[in-house]
Every structure is written in C-alpha cells, then in structure tokens.
Write a protein that binds this ligand. Structure first.
Ligand SMILES: [Cu+2]
Length: 120
C-alpha cells in the first residue's frame, strides 16, 4: 500500500513537470515595454526551454500594421533556447511582437509584447 502511494506521488510529480518545461519567453532584446531612441536591427527572444526553431513564428508590426520583420526567426548558434529575427523597422512608434513557439519537447506556447522606437 505504501509503495503504491509513492508510485502515485511520482506519477503526479512527473505529470506536473511538463507545465514547467514549456518554452515561455524569459526575456527579449529590445525588452517588453522598452523605449528606444533608434530602430534595432535585430530582435532577440530568449526562452525558458530549447526550441524547434523551424516551427516558431514571430510577427513584428508597426502601428500601421506594416511588417517589420526582414526574415524568418533564426536559430542562435550555441543558444538553442533563443530566436533572432532580422528587423527592418520603417516607422517610429509602437512595434508589436506576436510569437508562437514550439519547444523541443513539442509543446506550443504563444505570447505578445511591444516596444517603442523614437526615430528611424
Ligand atoms: Cu513543454
């Protein structure tokens, strides 16, 4: 009986852990809600888990809804939990980022944030 309870506890713990294994956005550069003087050339996203980069998408748009990404998200050599997105920001103002990530353990996450660019 005691052994069965331990087994159940282990099942519970292992069942709970995948929630922490999802790739959540840990930080970004530019950071969420930051205000920059000039337009960044690259967006860097750092996640809590390693990513399946080909299945991750990042949409970057200005306040007019124009695309500000100059290409697909790319892997960062030596940093499997990071994505970099080349930017070509054409208009100052609020820049919105919407991301969908697939972690190496096949779990999907998504989120969004924005930052502001003072001038081009
Ligand atoms: Cu996961």
């Amino acid at each position: 009986m005691k052994r069965r309870q331990i087994a159940l506890a282990l099942v519970f713990l292992s069942g709970a852990s995948p929630a922490f294994a999802h790739a959540y956005l840990q930080k970004s550069d530019p950071a969420a809600n930051s205000v920059l003087k000039s337009a960044p050339k690259t967006l860097l996203l750092t996640y809590t888990e390693d990513l399946s980069v080909p299945f991750c998408t990042v949409t970057v748009t200005d306040s007019m809804g124009m695309n500000d990404a100059a290409g697909k998200p790319q892997a960062v050599p030596g940093h499997p939990n990071e994505l970099q997105v080349p930017l070509k920001i054409q208009m100052a103002g609020k820049i919105s980022v919407v991301w969908h990530a697939l972690s190496a353990d096949t779990h999907k996450t998504q989120g969004e944030f924005s930052f502001t660019v003072g001038q081009i």
